[in-house]
Design a protein around this ligand. Structure first.
Ligand code: DLL
Length: 436
């Protein structure tokens, strides 16, 4: 089944023409509504009239996460606040989150694109579909939720946490589909097993996983433990949220909703375009967004793209799995964490020395984050060699980290000079998860 055959199966030449038209229109729109882009384009000597086909995209400037941070909170917003009906926020590289405002039309496009994904996974109006992404500022929960409602299946807004209750509902209601992070899916399977619920007692048939990298091994483990067919779902808040690309039943790459998000692959160092099939950094341009359209947004996700026809009949370009990142962002339990965020929390506390180590691990199927930090000599000399002030300081740091990162971290305060110094380039992060 295909949700929107006209667009999803549009002949490539026609798609290019549509993208060219939309690109011209979006450049004109930001030129007149976002001073940040007008200034950039004027500095480069470009006007919207210079952009007429998709090939002209190389004339446009890139946008990066730091542009969003420097223009926090609404500097890149193009629509007036009276038109914005939803605001999401995701992690930035330092303290300020990235704010994304959506107009009513944007929410409509999002739920259309999400319905396309769900249809490709085989979900229909007859399904009961549990959404176990976090609801809230994160785009996962509400993003998938609106797609399920648009499609007409019954949505169970389970969100995360309360796993035993969720497992019971999946069984009792006969839920047939579920969306969550791949690691949460494994946690769910484990909980089910601990509760003594057999795979045969549940009716799940389709699982929709994304928001973090996952491997083919994880795919087969989830499939066998939950009894589902596992599909990939990719997206990022700055561009929309979940729905940017989706696997079809061929499972040979993820189709990009190209009529709304124009993809490019670039070399992350030279910024030159890469050919189809070559690996590089994914860059997206919003073609229809009203709230906060972005030109050539650098995702830092590494992948490749093919425009070869797919046996499913869709003509949309397909992207490979994300094979890594060109920056240091970590994804822990589906939440984006930048080491620099942790550093800014630690440095804001006079007791902490600028020596720290982040250890990311996987216990059972859940990611854990441990933050080790050295206490400054002068505080250590004032009695930090006894346990109580250390425990108090650990709690204080943990609570600050929770409010900035939105996930909990284990904190271990260390004596001065006790965290091992590495030879050469300092290592601030040890990732012990084996998910490559
Ligand atoms: O994670 C949106 C989303 C929600 C996608 C639910 C899929 C399902 P952000 O929090 O802005 O948005 O994080 C975006 O997560 O740049 C990738 O690095 C990573 N990511 C998202 N989906 C996948 C995936 C949501 N399927 C960042 N595979 C992106 C690998 C993914 N990485």
């Amino acid at each position: 089944m295909i949700w929107n055959k006209t667009n999803e199966c549009m002949p490539r030449e026609q798609m290019r023409a549509l993208q060219g038209e939309r690109l011209h229109r979006i450049v004109e729109y930001v030129y007149h509504n976002v001073p940040f882009y007008r200034d950039k384009l004027q500095q480069m000597g470009i006007t919207p009239d210079d952009i007429n086909t998709v090939d002209d995209i190389v004339k446009l400037p890139f946008t990066s996460k730091s542009d969003l941070r420097e223009n926090y909170p609404f500097g890149l917003q193009a629509a007036p606040m009276s038109e914005i009906i939803r605001i999401h926020a995701s992690s930035g590289t330092t303290g300020s989150p990235t704010i994304v405002g959506y107009t009513r039309q944007d929410i409509g496009v999002w739920s259309e694109c999400m319905a396309r994904c769900l249809t490709a996974y085989g979900i229909t109006r007859d399904d009961i579909f549990s959404v176990a992404y976090g609801y809230g500022l994160f785009t996962g929960g509400l993003g998938v939720h609106y797609g399920v409602e648009n499609l007409g299946a019954a949505v169970l807004p389970a969100s995360t946490g309360n796993t035993e209750k969720h497992v019971r509902l999946i069984r009792d209601l006969g839920a047939t589909g579920i969306a969550c992070t791949p690691s949460y899916a494994l946690h769910l399977a484990e909980t089910m097993e601990t509760m003594g619920i057999a795979r045969e007692e549940i009716r799940l048939k389709v699982g929709v996983f994304g928001a973090e990298p996952w491997t083919e091994n994880m795919r087969s483990e989830i499939e066998s433990r939950l009894g589902v067919k596992a599909y990939n779902l990719y997206g990022l808040s700055e561009i929309m949220g979940p729905c940017v690309s989706y696997e079809c039943t061929e499972q040979n790459g993820s189709h990009i909703n190209e009529d709304h998000f124009y993809p490019e692959i670039i070399d992350p160092v030279t910024l030159e375009a890469k050919a189809d099939g070559e690996q590089g950094e994914l860059v997206f341009t919003s073609l229809t967004k009203q709230g906060m359209p972005l030109l050539r947004y650098r995702t830092h996700d590494l992948a490749s793209i093919t425009r070869e026809p797919c046996a499913c009949g869709r003509t949309f370009a397909r992207m490979s799995k994300i094979v890594g990142r060109s920056d240091d962002m970590l994804i822990i339990r589906g939440i984006n964490v930048f080491p620099s965020q942790v550093e800014s929390v630690l440095l804001s506390m006079p007791e902490c020395a600028p020596r720290y180590l982040l250890i990311v691990d996987r216990e059972g199927n859940l990611d854990t984050l441990t933050v080790q930090v050295e206490v400054r000599q002068e505080y250590f000399d004032q009695g930090f060699d006894t346990l109580t002030p250390i425990t108090d300081l650990e709690k204080k740091i943990a609570s600050k980290l929770r409010s900035v990162l939105s996930i909990s971290a284990r904190v271990q305060v260390k004596a001065p000079n006790s965290i091992e110094r590495s030879q050469g380039k300092s290592k601030f992060v040890i990732d012990r998860r084996n998910i490559e």
